[in-house]
Design a protein around this ligand. Structure first.
Ligand code: ZN
Length: 192
């Protein structure tokens, strides 16, 4: 079986996809912004508690307001680490072999590369409450203090001893997560 890649597809389905990409442009922009915010955090960081964040959400705070929470992860779980091969740019899963270059229909990069990707779901806590998060590659690397390749290997070999060291740090050393009141799951970033 061979795969043929059509670079500029025609027809209703292709048009629908193009429309979707147009419509969801902000998702990609959000992601860029998220990455920039992690790398270059503002000097005046507004730290709130999880409880305050929830209250503000209830009170319809401006969606663009950016705040940080200071949290730990009491029970990090290796089961909730997802390791896969995906697009270097957007993280979209692919069945192509590692290192393959391909045109990614998700982020529209014509020269994307298939690389190790790791996501992590967890419950973060502070003194006021609990909140669920998912981190993507860069942030997962920061949290674990390991590269995506190392995390990928730890997960796929089920190396619980290595994970124990990660757990220890996450449960004892507080870190910052950037949050927006309306999009807590879709848009967060980590600062250690
Ligand atoms: Zn992509």
């Amino acid at each position: 079986m061979s795969t043929r890649i059509i670079l500029n597809p025609k027809g209703a389905r292709a048009d629908m996809l193009r429309e979707w990409v147009q419509l969801y442009q902000h998702v990609f922009l959000d992601r860029q912004e998220r990455i920039l915010n992690v790398r270059y955090p503002g000097t005046e960081k507004k730290v709130v508690t999880i409880a305050e964040l929830r209250n503000k959400k209830a009170a319809n705070a401006t969606p663009d307001e950016i705040a940080w929470i200071r949290v730990t992860i009491p029970e990090a779980d290796l089961q909730r680490v997802n390791a896969y091969i995906g697009c270097l740019g957007c993280g979209k899963r692919t069945h192509l072999a590692l290192g393959t270059r391909f045109p990614c229909i998700s982020c529209k990069k014509s020269d994307a590369t298939a690389v190790h990707k790791v996501t992590f779901k967890f419950e973060a806590i502070d003194a006021s409450g609990t909140m669920s998060f998912t981190t993507f590659n860069d942030d997962t690397e920061k949290l674990f203090r390991k590269t995506a390749v190392e995390i990928w290997e730890m997960k796929t070999t089920g190396n619980f001893d290595a994970f124990k060291a990660v757990q220890e740090v996450l449960s004892t050393k507080p870190f910052f997560i950037q949050v927006t009141p309306t999009l807590e799951l879709a848009r967060n970033s980590v600062l250690l």
